[in-house]
Ligand binder design. Structure first.
Ligand code: LLP
Length: 421
């Protein structure tokens, strides 16, 4: 699902040449496609159209205001995990009644702000959180609509750092304690507990873990209803994987996923909530970078580029694979060379890939790291005093800078030197 294809010897994003963006904005830079974002949202919307569904895009995947505004116009809701994300979602025009609030450590101020905004649902992850929310709601004269996030103890596979649905993970209420949680909620005047929520992990590449978790969820809903709890919503989180490489087994497509969910929840009259993140934005963006040096090391060829681990952390943090491709299509017969593609940061972990076979590259050559729209810009830092990487949104033959590159002075302008230094 990419709108990033070589046309006449250059990778285009829709009808914009990446070289033009590099000239005008500089590199490194994230570049997103409006058409791809829109298509991904519509494909997902279609896939769940047979259900009473709320698509709550997981803002953490890419929280740029332009991206959120685009999704808001398409009718999308939001899954937020902080007061900051809540404010972003609301100011991008996502209506409060399409917002769910997840996260294990919601603070009093965040709960208050979400109650004030009258969001659709709090996904409560513990009894202490429930009690705090109740007391704030009572104080404000409100009733908080909640679902309990249940930890179904399902292994969704994938990288350990992004698995969330096993008993040893910090997330949710243990499925065995769900009854206790609902019992407690029933006695709290500031709480209306109407649903369950789950999110078992990310970049999940098969339907099996979803089927297990949803089956457990449906059984639980039936048991809870039998005890008189009015369960009306079932939030099955996000997690559906995307293709990072043509060599991967293709992940299940949204249509198969939608059919599975529909089939497993059929006849229950539930409002279904979905929290896709990566699926919407992952393959809608690339990280555009430039080769600084090609260096022959003692044992390796290093392609030293101007993007680094602070700009795209995924390879350093999760050993994640991103396809890498020169912007200018190499002439036929160009040598293929095995490169370690690295950034300028002073850590060996600042490596995007090792032993990657790429067409021979030269200083100044532009390249892209594909599938960088999700968990790219949002996880960037200013390590090594490298300015936050800018973001660009393309539509047809036009583009806009949707996050500007700060100046070096911007980086330290919030720092103060006390007069006793
Ligand atoms: N809902 C909840 C409660 C979540 O915690 C997440 C992601 C999502 C939805 C969206 O999941 P998605 O559809 O994007 O898989 N930084 C990591 C991924 C961390 C995912 C955290 N939670 C990465 O770069 O792979």
């Amino acid at each position: 699902m990419r709108h990033f294809t070589p046309i006449n010897g250059q990778i285009m994003v829709e009808n914009v040449n990446l070289s033009t963006i590099a000239e005008q904005v500089g590199t490194p830079a994230y570049v997103y496609s409006t058409a791809t974002l829109t298509r991904h949202y519509k494909v997902f919307e279609q896939a769940v159209s047979g259900m009473d569904a709320l698509i709550a895009y997981s803002v953490k995947a890419n929280s740029n205001q332009a991206v959120l505004s685009l999704l808001a116009k398409l009718g999308c809701g939001a899954d937020v995990v902080s007061g900051g994300e809540l404010t972003r979602a609301l100011s991008a025009g996502i209506p409060a009644d399409k917002i769910v609030f997840s996260g294990v450590g919601k603070t009093e101020a965040e709960l208050r702000a979400a109650l004030e905004a009258e969001i659709f649902q709090f996904n409560v992850e513990s009894i202490p959180e429930l009690d705090l929310l109740n007391s704030i709601a009572l104080d404000m004269g409100k009733i908080a609509p909640i679902a309990f996030r249940i930890n179904p103890d399902v292994n969704a596979g994938g990288h350990e750092k992004i698995s969330t649905g096993r008993a040893e993970n910090k997330f949710g209420v243990d499925i065995a304690d769900a009854n206790i949680a609902f019992e407690r909620a029933r006695n709290l005047a500031g709480i209306s507990a109407n649903g369950i929520a789950m999110h078992i992990g990310s970049q999940i590449d098969s339907l099996a873990p979803f089927a297990s978790a949803i089956t457990l969820g449906v059984d639980l809903i039936k048991q809870l209803r039998a005890k008189g709890y009015p369960i009306e919503t079932f939030d099955i989180g996000g997690g559906l994987g995307i293709s990072y490489s043509a060599d991967d087994t293709p992940p299940p497509n949204p249509t198969e996923y939608g059919k599975l969910v529909e089939q497993l929840t059929d006849g229950l009259g539930l409002k279904m909530l979905f929290e896709p993140g990566r699926l919407i934005v992952g393959n809608a963006g690339v990280l555009l970078a430039k080769t600084i040096y090609v260096k022959q090391g003692g044992a390796r060829n290093f392609l030293i580029i101007d993007a680094a681990m602070n700009d795209l952390m995924r390879p350093a943090l999760y050993d994640a694979h991103h396809d890498i491709e020169p912007v200018v299509t190499p002439a036929p017969g160009t040598n293929m060379i095995s490169y370690d593609v690295v950034g300028p940061i002073c850590e060996s972990g600042d490596t995007f890939t090792q032993h990657r076979l790429l067409p021979e590259m030269h200083a100044g050559d532009l390249l892209v790291l594909h599938s960088a729209g999700a968990y790219g810009a949002v996880q960037a830092s200013q390590y090594n005093s490298r300015p936050l990487v800018p973001e660009i949104l393309v539509k047809d033959d036009k583009f806009a800078v949707i996050r500007t590159r700060p100046s070096i002075e911007d980086i330290f302008k919030t720092e103060n030197v006390p007069d006793w230094v």
